[in-house]
Design a protein around this ligand. Structure first.
Ligand SMILES: [Zn+2]
Length: 237
């Protein structure tokens, strides 16, 4: 009887072990699937650049709002959302700082921060006082950078859903030092016009800043999911 009992235990083990292995594999698949859904940017290093800072305020809004402050507020929110999505985030500045001894040095410091990164997102504000009705977010890319263009188009599409003027298109930027010299796909995201009184007010609103940051995140996720991020790394000037 004792022998029979041991054999039965072995038999149970023989049946249970494969079942347990299957369960473990299923659990691993489920975990990986859940991670892909909830953390779609794992493995991506993103430089988030809040434009201007310190002695350089950027453009000044109609009621005195400084571009550098809006840039930082939106950049910090974008950085938080990116980290939550699994990305590794490098911020060029996380305070009211100028990053060089002069404008060129400041821009070069931002370019240097992107060495080895997968993407750079530079947050800026726009101004066109000659036409105070101008409004809406607009994303720019370097004209010789196909990956940057894909990212800009994806981000523009998402920003159009929350921005005041949803008809703007992503455009190439010929004179941006940052876009021209950045070693990874890069965009300059102009989040809105500080020369438009209504949009200037909107840009200071915390909830609206989160909406903008969320739209930018969606653009980055869409860009990565179309498979272009991996192909784009190293495909630069
Ligand atoms: Zn700017």
């Amino acid at each position: 009887m004792k022998t029979y009992y041991i054999r039965r235990r072995y038999l149970l083990l023989l049946i249970l072990l494969p079942l347990m292995l299957c369960l473990l594999l299923l659990l691993q698949d489920w975990r990986q699937g859940r991670e892909a859904l909830s953390m779609p940017l794992v493995g991506l290093t993103v430089v988030v650049d809040a434009g201007h800072g310190g002695a350089d305020p950027g453009v000044v809004g109609v009621s005195g709002v400084l571009e550098k402050d809006i840039n930082l507020a939106v950049a910090q929110k974008l950085a938080a959302l990116l980290e939550n999505a699994g990305a590794t985030v490098i911020m060029t500045r996380d305070a009211d700082l100028f990053l060089g001894e002069n404008k060129r040095g400041d821009l070069q410091a931002r370019v240097d921060a992107a060495v080895g990164a997968d993407l750079l997102i530079s947050v800026h504000g726009n101004s066109f006082p000659q036409q105070s009705s101008s409004c809406g977010a607009q994303v720019f890319y370097a004209s010789n950078n196909a990956a940057g263009e894909r990212l800009a188009v994806a981000m523009q599409k998402c920003l159009a859903a929350v921005s005041a003027d949803g008809h703007r298109q992503a455009l190439p930027h010929a004179s941006s030092y940052l876009l021209k010299h950045c070693s990874c796909p890069a965009v300059v995201a102009e989040v809105g016009f500080l020369s438009n009184a209504a949009e200037e007010r909107q840009l200071t609103d915390d909830a609206y800043q989160w909406q903008l940051a969320w739209a930018m995140l969606e653009g980055i996720v869409a860009y990565r999911q179309d498979g272009s991020a991996e192909n784009a790394v190293g495909n630069q000037e």
